[in-house]
Design a protein around this ligand. Sequence first.
Ligand code: FE2
Length: 425
Amino acid sequence: MPASAASPRVRRSAPTKDTAASASAEPAPVDGQRQFWLDAFRHVRAETERRAAFLSAEDQVIQSMPDASPTKWHRAHVTWFFEEFLLRKFVPGYKPFDERFGYLFNSYYVSAGPRHARPQRGVITRPGAAEVTAYRAHVDRAVAALIERASDLASLVPIIEIGLNHEQQHQELLLTDILHAFSLNATHPAYDPQWQWPEQADGGAVAGALISGIHRIGHDSGDFCFDNEKPAHQVLLQPVWLSPSLVTNGEWLEFMADGGYTTPTLWLSDGWNTVEAQGWKAPGYWQSIDGVWFVMTLGGLRPVGPSVPVCHVSYYEADAFARWAGKDLPTEAEWEVAARTSGALNDAFGVVWQWTRSAYSPYPGYRATEGALGEYNGKFMVNQMVLRGSSLATPAGHSRPTYRNFFYPSARWQFSGLRLAAYQH
Ligand SMILES: [Fe+2]
């Protein structure tokens, strides 16, 4: 994330009554709670608009592939989320901005009613970007009024909180999706001409993590998490070493030069089929110009930097690279334990998501949240692979060691890379 696109830290958990009171001598504790959630709501909503402000109304309509959504749709969908799950249910007499928007901007919540086909989101030229701005303002006013006046704010906090975290997820998708669209434009538009790769500031770890034995993973504190991070549970790890560093473009160029994309024995069968079907010869967004590799970034087309972590690789590619290197990808449990080991990993967060070799499946004893919001995570727990960490596009305050991201193994339009592991025999 460029400095110009830095986002404010989102506070995900309300202060205790004590901390609320100590932050200001005057307000009663309940007022501190309301102010806290008003501030959190406004911060997150503003961050979405700040990211969208780099784009024109025309930019905001485009859907470049079925997996990617238009910026305008993201802005409206996260707004619908608050309208559907908060305002309609808890504000007596709430008047929706437009009754038809539920159909247009419901994503995959079958319980919430019929919806527009995902691959066709790019044909929604109406409402226009300005009308979506008005829709957002309408919902912003209603949510703020609810936070200020609700008789039982505490009962609404879980919905407000998941709504904010949901919107933060879409803030990342807003960037990954517009980058895909811009990658198809021969003029190589820059989302932000000032954009730079994030500083790899925490480069102090040199040994990596050597871990084994029984550990506890998953989320068990009182802070917010998605339901897929629970329940916390014990895992037994075989002795394994995790690299302190992310795999770099320079290392990836060695893989390519050594026939990485032309040697079928390095690949899973599904992966090799994808290489052939898609004609993959390099990571996503790479293109060779007069023998020099360039990559499409949020700052436009840039030379591939050898020391920069490789990005836009699929699980299939990460798996093939690990095999070529004589190593492995870590499991998600190994990654989480290593990430919690002080000083073991560089760039665990904030650069690229890291593929693990763990299939996205429920933790032992997992139960989805009740109601429509139970559709958020649980129904996707098949055929996808887990990524850990966070990326340069992840909003500040939206990362934690227990976070489970997940994508199909062929996906590479996210900011996805890898770090290697080696089992100790
Ligand atoms: Fe969503």
